[in-house]
Design a protein around this ligand. Structure first.
Ligand code: EPU
Length: 429
């Protein structure tokens, strides 16, 4: 297993280009199952979860052709373009080996049932950040007319043509909204999704589906109306930039006392993160709608933060924010409302000298505390990013073990950080 070796204390300077959003690319790839015509997706990030999804699609009989970097690519991100053609679906099963490594495999459930009336998905188990059930996906599919059963650890969904329905989500779910939106586009009649997720990734998926011929209104709001159509066709679509990667670089600038330009992002998707980081004392300008300039010219101040669904502060930025406020003067109270066990990084940060007390879904961070390098073990994707950020701010050498977690969702993060002056290298296993 690869590890990162970091020598901290270098303020990062320069320009970083943001890659395509993993969490937008995953549902867009699943949406390709809805048509037998080719769909071309641009700006796919070169991260492991995308490779895993491509592997999953290939096992279902989907043809994938890597068309290389899109024309006009900036030098840093890879911006892959892929032609996906689900002309014939030869299997309807997502096996345990794939679901185990990537829960988002469940995103093929809605499209497979809508297209061919059948799907078999290995039931995802618990995960490092929480229980993460998929009951709301399944209840929604039942409302659309599918029959759901569980056999030998597999969820089996069967249906004739799905029928539109009103579906109220008891809890806001991002992939649940995406899964049911993909099921409803080919259903007979109108589906209304209420209390739907408003994340930009949901809107991006709706934009691809609309290009494919779907009739969707209200994506990006909590009520999404879908008029089912008999079939969808091919399309071309570039996925949105990754707002979590961009937010992580905002914090990288702040925690190292650097000065970064974050290019190829959408400032409009980062408003809550920008506002919170300004409260902590970062100087953030938005010179254009697609770039940010982040610097620090004063000591950081503590600020409380509560994670919420979009447009609130993203749970996927909580770990990185925790690293930042270890360097802020005063007490910051962090409340995690989305996942029940998403503070594993706190114990690792404490090994560097951070003063953090976790009480249930709250973490109390007292700062500033000097950080000194130490070995740490990554537990999940965003936790790993927080450990890398802390390592960049720590004196001496930090080792982050199990960086395969970070490779799931950050494209060559060590190369992007090195180009900004960081002393970080990957040591292969
Ligand atoms: N939930 C249920 N039942 C369901 C679905 C969700 O109880 O059927 C609960 C979950 O257990 C959780 C809450 O609802 O407590 C919200 O979960 P959600 O379904 O929104 O999460 P997700 O769709 O599985 C996506 C992202 C996550 C991100 C969350 C929250 C993708 C592929 N994943 O997960 O991203 O943390 O939304 O914003 O879009 C990451 O990128 O590191 C990551 C974990």
């Amino acid at each position: 297993m690869d590890r990162f070796v970091i020598r901290g204390g270098v303020p990062l300077r320069g320009t970083v280009h943001i890659s395509g959003a993993k969490n937008a690319a995953l549902p867009c790839l699943a949406a390709c199952l809805l048509t037998d015509e080719p769909v071309t997706l641009d700006n796919l990030p070169a991260v492991r979860d995308i490779k895993t999804t491509c592997h999953l699609l290939a096992t279902l009989g989907v043809g994938l052709e890597d068309q290389g970097p899109a024309p006009g690519s900036a030098p840093s991100p890879v911006r892959r373009r892929l032609r996906v053609e689900a002309q014939k679906i030869t299997s309807v099963e997502a096996p345990w080996e794939l679901v185990r490594t990537m829960r988002a495999s469940t995103l093929i459930l809605g499209p497979l049932v809508a297209r061919g009336g059948q799907a078999r998905i290995s039931m995802p188990g618990g995960c490092a950040i929480g229980a993460r059930p998929i009951d709301l996906h399944l209840k929604g599919l039942e409302k659309l007319g599918a029959q759901i059963s569980t056999e030998h650890g597999m969820v089996v969904a069967r249906a004739g043509r799905l029928r539109g329905a009103r579906i109220y989500f008891e809890r806001i779910t991002v992939t649940g909204t995406e899964d049911l939106m993909m099921a409803a586009v080919l259903a007979d009649g109108e589906t209304v999704l209420e209390n739907a997720a408003r994340e930009p990734e949901v809107e991006d998926l709706a934009s691809l589906l609309t290009k494919m011929g779907a009739r969707i209104e209200g994506a990006g709001t909590s009520t999404i109306r879908i008029q089912g159509v008999p079939r969808l066709g091919g399309a071309a679509h570039a996925v949105i930039p990754d707002r979590i990667e961009a937010g992580t670089f905002v914090i990288a600038a702040g925690i190292t006392g650097g000065d970064l330009t974050i290019a190829d992002c959408r400032a409009g998707h980062l408003l809550t993160v920008i506002e919170k980081c300004r409260e902590v004392g970062l100087h953030i300008e938005t010179p254009t709608p697609t770039s940010l300039r982040v610097s620090t010219d004063k000591p950081l101040q503590a600020a409380d933060m509560t994670t919420e669904e979009y447009p609130g502060f993203a749970t996927d930025m909580q770990a990185q924010y925790m690293a930042l406020v270890t360097q802020a003067a005063g007490t910051s109270l962090l409340t995690e409302t989305i996942f029940e066990n998403r503070f594993l990084h706190a114990l690792e940060l404490a090994r560097l000298g951070a003063n953090i007390r976790v009480e249930g879904n709250r973490a109390v961070v007292r700062g500033p505390t000097p950080l000194s390098g130490a070995p740490m073990t990554a537990s999940d994707l965003r936790a790993s990013a927080s450990l890398v950020l802390a390592g960049l701010a720590a004196q001496g050498e930090t080792i982050v073990e199990r960086v395969y977690h970070i490779d799931r969702g950050y494209e060559h993060i060590e190369e992007k950080l090195s180009a900004l002056g960081a002393d970080i290298r990957r040591v292969p296993a």
